[in-house]
Design a protein around this ligand. Structure first.
Ligand code: HEM
Ligand SMILES: N[C@@H](CC(=O)c1ccccc1NC=O)C(=O)O
Length: 285
């Protein structure tokens, strides 16, 4: 007798095509992997826990979408932090192909983060208002991982640490650590030095960038890396712009649940750039 009865087994048929289809959808009969950790799809991915984390505050239909979207963002934020930490290390180790490879992945994830806004925009403002009041004072402003991404990318701002309300000890320790750590820009400056390009001041860095830009035969790797950082910066700017137009569509000029002026606060953040010297370079090429 087979040790595991086949749950997909149906009536016996002699039709070749149907049997071929059944074979295609039957679970593998070999015991591949079963002697290991005895994982299944659900236990490996911890779906019991994951799918139990959507707790609605109201019975508004769209609240599930709102929670799901934010949880998906936070999962991608976690992945981005993982990739950016490794990118930073790759730059310090002068493994530029690996840094570029990881940044390509970062860009693709960021593309999804921007596109995902459209899914939330299928919610109408009046449907959002059915549960919006219950969210205050919670707000995306309190996303620790979002701020970690800004800090590691290069836009460190200690003021956020003070303006955060309701941070756990662990969360504020994480943010403080990010403020102390080198940024991707620090790692890029180390790359310039490793390639014998002067990088002692902003002026020297700018001059070195021009040298790399005009000698791609000699500095192709450095130039491509600078471009990949530029794309990361541009994607972040793209997300901020997409977020604020969604906010205007949803709540107009209302103040935010986080206590800010709302869209006008967000508009004041649109000029944030991680790598201003890379943007400036364009004017001098
Ligand atoms: C109905 C949809 C949304 C509305 C109306 C909205 C509104 C706002 C507002 C008004 C702020 C300013 C802070 C405040 O006073 O609350 C804010 C900040 C923020 N939101 Fe959203 N938001 C929405 C969806 C999202 C989503 C899906 C995310 C993804 C994680 C997100 C992430 C953030 C972040 C990170 C900030 C802080 C931005 C910064 O300080 O530069 N928001 N949002
Ligand atoms: N700040 C938004 C509410 C909001 O979007 C939100 C609320 C709780 C958790 C995350 C949120 N997303 C982004 O701010 C508002 O003022 O309508």
């Amino acid at each position: 007798m087979a040790p595991h009865p086949d749950p997909y087994a149906g009536d016996v048929t002699h039709d070749h095509h149907i049997r071929a289809t059944e074979a295609a959808i039957s679970p593998p009969s070999a015991h591949f992997g079963e002697d290991g950790a005895r994982l299944s799809y659900g236990t490996y991915l911890r779906l019991g826990q994951l799918l139990d984390q959507q707790r609605l505050e109201t019975d508004a239909h769209d609240e599930l979408l709102f929670i799901t979207i934010h949880q998906v963002y936070e999962l991608w934020f976690k992945q981005l932090l993982h990739e950016l930490e490794a990118t930073r290390q790759a730059m310090f180790d002068d493994r530029l192909w690996w840094a570029r490879h990881l940044l390509n992945r970062v860009h693709e994830i960021e593309r999804i983060l921007i596109e995902q806004v459209g899914v939330l925009e299928t919610m109408t403002p009046q449907d959002f208002l059915q549960f919006r009041a219950r969210l205050a004072p919670a707000s995306g402003f309190q996303s620790v991982q979002f701020r970690e991404l800004e800090f590691i990318s290069g836009a460190k701002d200690e003021a956020f640490l003070r303006r955060f309300r309701g941070l756990t000890e662990e969360e504020s320790a994480r943010l403080r650590r990010r403020l102390e750590e080198p940024t991707l820009w620090d790692a890029f400056v180390a790359v310039l030095r490793a390639h014998d390009l002067a990088a002692g001041s902003d002026g020297e860095v700018s001059a070195s960038l021009r040298i790399a830009a005009h000698d791609r035969g000699g500095y192709g790797d450095v130039w491509e890396l600078a471009e990949a950082l530029m794309t990361h910066d541009e994607m972040a700017a793209g997300w901020r712009a997409r977020h604020v137009t969604m906010v205007e569509r949803m709540i107009g000029t209302k103040t935010g649940t986080g206590g800010s002026s709302g869209a006008s606060y967000l508009r004041s953040r649109l000029d944030v750039r991680y790598y201003p010297l890379l943007w400036e370079l364009r004017s001098w090429l």
